[in-house]
Every structure is written in C-alpha cells, then in structure tokens.
Design a protein around this ligand. Structure first.
Ligand SMILES: C[S@@+](CC[C@H](N)C(=O)[O-])C[C@H]1O[C@@H](n2cnc3c(N)ncnc32)[C@H](O)[C@@H]1O
Length: 281
C-alpha cells in the first residue's frame, strides 16, 4: 500500500527554513552559521529529541567506511549526528520534499555535504540497490506507514547481511486510541499504530532477528517533567521540533501526546534488530 499525499502535507508548511532561522535568531544563534548545539532543539524530530538519538547511537559500532541509511530522515539532525560522530556516510530518505530541502541546507551549513545525502522518496519503494547499507535506523516514522511488512521488508532488502537496524516508534498501548492531532498525524486517518507485539511480529516476518526491545515510556515521562520544570522556571523547553514544524497545531499535538502517554494509549519503544539471512521471512 502506498502512502497518501496528506502524510507529507501534514509536515509541509512552505516556510520551514524561514521560521527555523527566526527561531535560531531569537535563541541568540547565528542563523547563517548554526552550530550542532544551536540546531539540536529543532532538528531531532522525535520524542526526547537529541537525548533519544544519543541513546540510539551509544552502543553501536560504526566505522568511517560504513554507509548508513536513515529512513524518514526529517530535517536531518540524527543523520548529521551519525556523520559527525562516526565520520561515516549517511543517506537519508524522506517523503516530505520541504524537509529534504531544509536537511540539505543545514548539512551544507555544517560542512557535511560529502558525508550526508538526502533523497526525497517513499520508504516503501526506495531508490537503492539490494544489500548496500551497513546499518539503518528509523525514528518515529512507522506511525505514518500502513503497510508495516512492506516497510520492514524494504529496509531488510537494502541492508547487507549482518547489518544492524534500529527502530524507534510510538506504539499502540492498551489504553485505546490517542486523541488527534499528534505530532505525526492530524487525524487517525493517517496514523497507523501497531502494538509492540505486532511490531515484533512484523519485523520477524520481514526477516529481522530482534536483539533487544525497550519501552521508553518512563524515560519520556521523566523528560516531560524536566521540560516542564525548565519552562516553569522561565526557560525554553529543550525539545522544540514539534512547535517549529507544526506552529499553531503544536500545542494541542503536544498535549495529546502527553495525555496518550500517561493514559497508556501510546507506548514509545526502541528495538535493536539484525539482518541474519537474505530471505525476507
Ligand atoms: C516525526 S518525523 C521524524 C523525522 C526524523 N526521523 C527525526 O527523528 O528527526 C516523521 C517523518 O517521517 C517521514 N515519512 C512518513 N512517511 C514516510 C514514507 N512513506 N517514506 C519516507 N518518509 C516518510 C515524514 O516525512 C517525516 O519526516
């Protein structure tokens, strides 16, 4: 099943770069030459922001000769962190053309163009050959994908034998449907949450072996409490990607995310997997 255009419509504003530059200036940063640190509150567009990206990379062995794939790369914070940390090549693919344009612009500003490439495209039909990547990750993208088996099988196809795959997603919890809008969908029509058990079954059916699984709900609640304390003390929340991307919609989307987490409607999970055979299940 192909995704409908309203997925990229949900993420597209047409003036994202202008608004990002304005936010950077308000933060006291140089918008023409932003640093990694200045961008970090904005360019890791998933729960807990750069904190979650740092956790994803912390026990990975990546060498400078590796070529890594970021599936649903957004405006590129995680891909740039990989390229900078490991000196490796990272290709990002994302459905949203505006995100790819902003990702390329920021990557050029940070001098990473040789190692970071961003392609506009659908994760369900990627323009890459078989068995070309040494590792892949996807952070908070699968909630927009109806056909999970096709999604995981396509990632499996482009990975080399023995390659690692890391997945972070918002899974369906036992407490019922979340209320919308959320950061990933305006309505339930473009949200496709799977339970953790369904995600594991889909990964295994697509040929992956699951090496570890983690429920990060407590970490997310603790992060939200720390953010609230910073805001109550007059500061800015550490993670500002949702307010940057969604503008007026953000407040409601963030509130719905918080309620869904507390009520067990959603469960953020992280899985570490490996491709151990050529067969896709
Ligand atoms: C919540 S954002 C996460 C972005 C990025 N992974 C990050 O963590 O910073 C979800 C992203 O998934 C992308 N996406 C959704 N469906 C996709 C698809 N079928 N193929 C490629 N990208 C997709 C969206 O365009 C959006 O950039």
């Amino acid at each position: 099943m192909r995704n409908t255009p309203d997925i990229s419509g949900h993420y597209t504003s047409g003036d994202l770069l202008r608004r990002l530059e304005s936010r950077l200036r308000d933060d006291g940063a140089d918008a023409a030459r932003p640093t990694f640190e200045a961008l970090a509150p904005y360019d890791h567009f998933h729960g807990r922001g750069i904190e979650a990206t740092e956790e994803l990379v912390q026990d990975l062995q990546v060498s400078p000769s590796d070529h890594i794939l970021d599936v649903g790369s957004g405006i590129g914070g995680p891909a740039r962190l990989f390229a900078q940390r490991f000196q490796c090549r990272v290709t990002g693919i994302d459905l949203t053309a505006e995100f790819c344009e902003v990702a390329r612009h920021l990557t050029a500003q940070l001098g990473l163009t040789e190692r970071n490439v961003f392609e506009q495209g659908d994760a369900l039909a990627m323009p890459f050959g078989d068995a070309v990547f040494d590792g892949a990750y996807t952070m908070n993208v699968s909630m927009n994908i109806a056909d999970k088996r096709a999604f995981f099988a396509e990632i499996h196809r482009v990975l080399k034998l023995g390659a690692w795959f890391r997945l972070a997603e918002i899974a369906q919890g036992p407490g019922g449907e979340p209320n919308y809008p959320t950061p990933w969908a305006r309505t339930g029509a473009s949200s496709f949450l799977a339970t953790p058990a369904e995600t594991c079954a889909n990964l295994e059916a697509s040929g992956f072996v699951i090496e570890s699984q983690r429920d990060t709900a407590e970490a997310a609640l603790a992060y939200a409490a720390r953010s609230r304390a910073v805001v109550e003390a007059g500061g800015q929340p550490p993670h500002r990607a949702v307010s940057l991307v969604h503008g007026a919609l953000a407040e409601e989307a963030i509130a719905n995310t918080g309620h869904a987490l507390k009520e067990g409607r959603t469960v953020p999970i992280e899985l570490a997997c490996r491709k151990v055979s050529e067969s896709d299940g």
